[in-house]
Design a protein around this ligand. Sequence first.
Ligand SMILES: *Cc1c(COP(=O)(O)O)cnc(C)c1O
Length: 314
Amino acid sequence: MTSPSPLVELHHPLFNKFGVSVSVKRDDLIHPIISGNKWRKLKHSLATAKSSGKTGIVSFGGPYSNHIHALAYACKLEGLKSIGIIRGEPHYSTNATLSQAANFDMEFKFVSRQQYRERAEPTYLHLLQEEYPNYLIVPEGGSNQLALKGVAEVVTELKQQTSWDYLLTPVGSGGTIAGLLSANHQEHKIIGISVLKQDGYLEQEIRNLLAPIKIEMKNWQVVNNYHCGGYAKFSKDDQQQIISIAKQLDIPLEPIYSGKMVLAFFDMLQNNYFRPNSHIILLHTGGLQGLKGLAEQNKIKADEWPWLPAQQVQ
Ligand SMILES: *Cc1c(COP(=O)(O)O)cnc(C)c1O
């Protein structure tokens, strides 16, 4: 694991034009297999499972989930078993994401969409715990209280690496931005770019995650108009823009999380969102493994994304 993750300065003519400096926190480089924020979020759950003598971890995800992929590998590394409760039919087990997770010895249980909706219901979780008595149950995306502690380390590292004014992160379930906020103490503005269509429930989810630690929540925002049509949706034009930005900035991006964050960032920059002379940090949360699944489903063309990871070996 690379710790702290590298902070890299980015260059682009628009940064000069708007008088800002921009860096990327490369959490995608933490590990070649475990994607950035998923490692941060899982780290303390893994330690807890081990120190409490659990057999393994049970968690939830869609068939191309970065979290499921990271969990399978991390558990194998730590000598824990892993069980993935996957939304969808068993045929997904041969896709790019799940076939790798299977290589890392994850066991799958496929459930219908309807069943999957119960993933956070106390009654369902109680039954699940009875079925797997010696397993730690971790929510979808790894977003539990322990995740906040892991993600908070991004802010701790940044404080040692530089001084800065804004931090941008993509938002899916809200665990990552909640972790950043837990360590921020309001001195920097934290901006989440929602990668899905939502109407305030993410803000509520973030507040719920942070409720137990009772921090004052100021100086943050979830920006809602850059989801490109919804979770994992994007147009051809969005794709081309993301690829072009990735090439200009010389960083690998994907269109589900980091790509939407940079689209939002450039648009906000050109709309004078950021104060001149400020230092803006983009958090690269990883997720590049997802490109393979997108190529497999013909949602992207593999040869247009030259940094698409080669088939990883165990
Ligand atoms: C899961 C994920 C996110 C979203 O993180 P949340 O904690 O769910 O908000 C962002 N980026 C990548 C690459 C992810 O895999």
